[in-house]
Ligand binder design. Structure first.
Ligand SMILES: O=c1ccn([C@@H]2O[C@H](COP(=O)(O)O)[C@@H](O)[C@H]2O)c(=O)[nH]1
Length: 475
């Protein structure tokens, strides 16, 4: 590759503010000393031309065979278009959302099953955006072996893609780009060191492992999930900056509503056991739903269904509680087999956005769930991606899919046990070591002198642990 041309592009990117240095906060609250915004390059035709020609050079020498070019939406689309024209290879267009009318195709353009497609992307961090595009192309029977990238942030993307059989070639790694800018005195030695230190501190997430799930932000995971309730929860957590689920194990509906008035703003999810409420009424449900809307949290009925499909269907939709009409999600055992998931996914008027947390483990001492049971549960869930929101579990290795949520009960500020077998772990332990995404706290808050003040303490402690986890700066 022409090194002068490459250095010229690096300097140009700096001049046009496509690369910035300082103290930046990502949307999910993680600090970074360097920020890339390659969206601006469309305003600089000469930069576009240079980048296209360098990427085409890489492809000509490194990629053996490809039939199509596809850019990852949106920043890479103009570059992919220019490359397609320069290399005289047909382009495919990946939609982000299917059209509401017509063909509903996600990939536009003419192609045949078994043909190969080269992917073009501007920046890779974890590589998940490229993988989303790979997934869509694979669904159409297209094969992806290669991706060309303008900048590799060296934060695990290359490894993730290679694990998924996609070979990566980049114009620059972050280290190379920093090196050029330092050499040409665009940035100081100190700034260059700061970025290098940041790179060594930030651990690389690996796709397909529980580590990747733990290192990805809730924001990013909202994009990766196929379950509408999980998406809503990831979004609520990102917006409200809370991963606290309050378990309102109280027997008076008035007390539950009073408590939620005080703590609603600190939680992303409320967990109920409606069958312990002594004065249950549908008016209580109406008021609960109003609070959920006002404070932007979802409702999980911890029903722990465990019967044959037909009975569960009746328990879910009928009886005194009519759970399916108000609970955004429910918990269920996998013990009876797949029938239970079939019944919970039975279409019912207006209930498209319902979710299920499947119990893969329990927090109580001496429970009978074995590692084999846990594994079969997770495999069973994979056949029902539309309704599975996540798992109630205690361990990070229970599942890998970053689109699913680990809901972990048995949490108090200090590790402890109650007299009836409940085992409590600390926030550090469950989030940093054990992979919890949403943390269920019951008596730790509701039995406190001031539940409101205690909810704030839990919200802040749990969120800090999450930020520490996604920053990758684990000891
Ligand atoms: O394995 C499990 C599954 C569910 N739970 C429920 O969570 C809350 C925990 O309440 P604490 O007062 O914080 O102990 C409770 O409603 C359980 O039914 C669980 O603890 N363990």
């Amino acid at each position: 590759m022409d090194n002068n041309k490459l250095e010229g592009v690096a300097l140009k990117l700096f001049d046009i503010n496509a690369v910035k240095f300082g103290e930046f906060m990502t949307k999910s609250g993680i600090e970074t000393p360097v920020y890339f915004d390659l969206r601006v390059i469309v305003s600089y035709p000469r930069v576009m031309e240079l980048i296209t020609s360098l990427l085409c050079d890489i492809v000509a020498t490194k990629v053996k065979k490809y039939d199509h070019i596809c850019g990852v939406p949106y920043t890479a689309l103009p570059i992919a278009t220019l490359m397609s024209v320069q290399a005289k290879k047909p382009m495919l267009l990946r939609r982000k959302e299917a059209k509401a009318y017509g063909t509903k195709k996600m990939i536009e353009g003419h192609y045949n099953v078994g043909e190969t497609c080269l992917i073009v992307e501007d920046v890779i961090t974890s590589g998940s955006s490229v993988l989303e595009t790979v997934k869509e192309l694979n669904k159409e029977g297209l094969v992806v072996n290669n991706a060309v990238i303008i900048l590799d942030r060296e934060q695990g993307g290359r490894k993730n893609l290679e694990t998924n059989n996609v070979n990566v070639d980049a114009l620059f790694t972050m280290t190379e780009l920093i090196g050029i800018l330092e050499k040409h005195k665009k940035i100081t030695k100190e700034m260059s060191m700061k970025v290098r230190n940041y790179l060594t501190e930030v651990k690389a997430p690996v796709t397909g492992s529980s580590e990747e799930r733990m290192l990805l932000s809730y924001e990013k995971r909202a994009e990766l999930t196929s379950n509408p309730v999980a998406k809503q929860l990831f979004n609520i957590m990102s917006i409200k900056k809370t991963n606290l689920c309050l378990s309102v194990d109280l027997t008076s509906s008035i007390k539950i509503l009073e408590l939620l008035e005080k703590v609603g703003e600190y939680i992303c999810l409320v967990k109920t056991h409606v069958d312990i409420i002594e004065d249950f009424s549908l008016d209580f449900i109406t008021r609960l739903k109003q609070l959920a809307q006002r404070f932007n949290f979802l409702i999980l009925e911890d029903r722990k269904f465990a019967d044959i499909g037909n009975t569960v269907l009746l328990q879910y939709q009928k009886g005194l509680y009519k759970i399916s009409e108000w609970a955004d999600c429910v918990t269920s055992h996998s013990l009876p087999g797949e029938g239970i998931l079939k019944s919970l996914s039975t279409p019912c008027n207006g209930l498209e956005n319902r979710g299920v947390f499947l119990l893969a483990e329990m927090s109580s001492e001496g429970n009978l769930i074995s590692p084999e049971y846990r594994e079969v549960t997770v495999n069973m869930a994979s056949k029902y991606p539309n309704i599975i929101t996540g798992f109630v579990c205690q361990n990070k290795d229970t599942f890998k899919d970053p689109g699913l949520i680990q809901l972990t009960p048995g949490v108090q500020l200090e590790s402890a046990k109650d007299d009836l077998g409940q085992v409590y772990n600390s926030p550090d332990k469950v989030i940093l070591d054990n992979g919890a995404d949403i943390i269920v706290v019951g008596r730790g808050i509701i039995a406190a002198k001031s539940p409101e003040a205690q909810a704030v303490i839990y919200r802040d402690t749990l969120w800090k642990c999450y930020l520490k986890r996604v920053s990758g700066k684990l000891e």
